[in-house]
Design a protein around this ligand. Structure first.
Ligand SMILES: [Mn+2]
Length: 473
């Protein structure tokens, strides 16, 4: 049986003001082609289908079109089985809209209550159980999971003997680890029962989480709770699962889950899963730039070949082969450039002038028309970060001291000294003085031209404060 694992499509995401929808469309059309040519039996999408809980009309239109094609695909004479779960960017309710009306081969798994119940796929006599966890927000999912572990008539899905308090409750910590551990109780409990009946059952867990040991990028949304954003990899050891289809982190990467001694692990099944982050569909931050730069930014999907019958015989893992395929999105190469002005405008521009670039320019002076000169050399200079090298280290400490500064000119000349490492020249001082004067006279005009500076209209926040004080008085 062949499974394709992908995640983090983020349909509708923009990058530095650029609408990425056309590249996303290209990537998803490529995906449809691959499912056909590689004869994929099962498609797993592990969260962050949309970039937003309230996707735009255009984003919904793109997804619906792709979704309709996928839902109608036939591979090897059977319909393509499709399993989606929501990520931390999706709204589970919106993504799950219409789930009940869908075709039997389309599975939108958005309910926490259903995590202990896999989608079971049968292809040519082979059976695969896919457990699909939606993104588990510690605060939102904890009460639901608590109910599932306690159960009204005894525990519904707790694995093994759990430590329970006097009232029989399993304590779930308010953390990603706490809720993932609770969810895994349900998954492993159900899987152990099914394996007892059918040893030749392959099992995959789809999860949207940050598993420690993996490498994040700049384009995932922070999910830390109590300062912790990850779950330990050891939670998945000896769980009986064959593969973890992970979503959330945008870099495609392998993750090693070490098999543990029975005494050290929470679960005691014979198999420990292989695990991968498929990575996002496109690059969504400069931190995902490849070296050397590459169109498509090295994003990929995972192809998984399973052989559950052989695994049952040998007692090993059902994953026979794992391959990755580069996403053909045509997304321009992301490049991070760092150099002096001469380098940036010279050799680097010749090489990366057509790419999507983030440029750090090392400067000792502010050159005239800096941004225009860069834009003339680069078609897509999406980030420009001038960095001033202060030549005299002591100058860095002479940034205007607000306690001793007596007027605006003190502050401004202090800033010039700080950023350029020298005193302002006379012509610069006169420009600054004129600017200060202009602001002062504007203030007087706003106050009706007759008032003093103290009577000028205050900023909104200050105005509100004064009003409040007035009422209190
Ligand atoms: Mn994501």
């Amino acid at each position: 049986m062949r499974v394709l694992h992908t995640s983090d499509w983020h349909i509708g995401r923009r990058f530095k003001g650029i609408d990425l929808l056309e590249w996303q469309r290209k990537a998803l059309e490529w995906l449809i082609g691959i499912i056909g040519s590689e004869q994929v039996d099962v498609l797993c999408v592990a969260g962050d289908v949309y970039d937003s809980p309230r996707p735009s009309t255009e984003a919904v239109r793109l997804f619906n079109g792709i979704f309709a094609t996928l839902g109608n695909m036939e591979v090897n004479g059977h319909p393509l089985e499709i399993i989606f779960t929501p990520g931390n960017h999706d709204s589970a309710d919106r993504l799950g809209t219409g789930a009940a009306l869908m075709r039997p081969n389309v599975h939108m798994r958005c309910d926490i209550e259903a995590i202990g119940e896999p989608v079971v796929v049968t292809v040519g006599g082979e059976k695969l159980a896919v457990y699909a966890l939606p993104y588990l927000d510690p605060d939102l999912s904890r009460p639901v999971l608590q109910g599932m572990l306690d159960g009204r008539d005894g525990p519904l899905c707790a694995y093994d003997e759990q430590e329970r308090d006097e009232d029989g409750h399993v304590h779930i910590a308010r953390s990603h680890e706490g809720v993932m551990k609770a969810a895994m109780q349900c998954v492993v409990n159900d899987l152990a029962k099914r394996r007892a009946e059918n040893p030749a059952l392959a099992a995959i867990l789809m999860a949207h989480a940050f598993v420690s040991g993996a490498q994040p990028s700049d384009s995932e949304r922070n999910i830390s709770v109590g300062g912790v954003d990850s779950v330990p990899a050891a939670l998945f050891a000896n769980s009986g699962l064959d593969y973890l289809a992970l979503g959330h982190l945008h870099r495609p990467q392998n993750l090693t889950i070490a098999q543990l001694d029975r005494s050290e692990s929470i679960f005691h099944e014979s198999r420990t899963p292989q695990a991968r982050y498929s990575g996002s569909l496109l690059a969504y931050s400069f931190s995902e730039a490849r070296t050397p730069p590459a169109v498509g930014n090295g994003k990929s999907v995972v192809l998984l070949d399973l052989d559950a019958a052989r695994a049952a015989e040998t007692g090993g893992n059902a994953v026979r082969a794992i391959r990755t395929l580069d996403v053909q999105s045509g997304e321009p190469a992301f490049v991070q450039i760092d150099g002096t002005l001469d380098e940036v405008l010279g050799p680097l521009a010749d090489e990366y002038g057509e790419d999507w670039v983030s440029i750090t320019i090392r400067l000792s002076e502010y050159p005239h028309g800096l941004y225009q000169r860069i834009d003339a050399k680069y078609a897509h200079a999406l980030e420009k970060n001038p960095v001033y090298t202060v030549r005299d280290a002591s100058a860095a400490r002479t940034m205007a001291d607000m306690r001793t500064a007596t007027d605006e000119m003190d502050v401004l000349t202090g800033f010039v000294r700080y950023s350029l490492g020298r005193e302002a020249r006379d012509d610069e001082r006169s420009v600054l003085a004129k600017a200060v004067e202009a602001v002062r006279s504007q203030g007087t005009e706003h106050a009706g031209g007759t008032g003093t500076r103290e009577q000028t209209k205050p900023a909104r926040g200050i105005a509100g404060m004064q009003q409040k004080e007035g009422r209190e008085r």
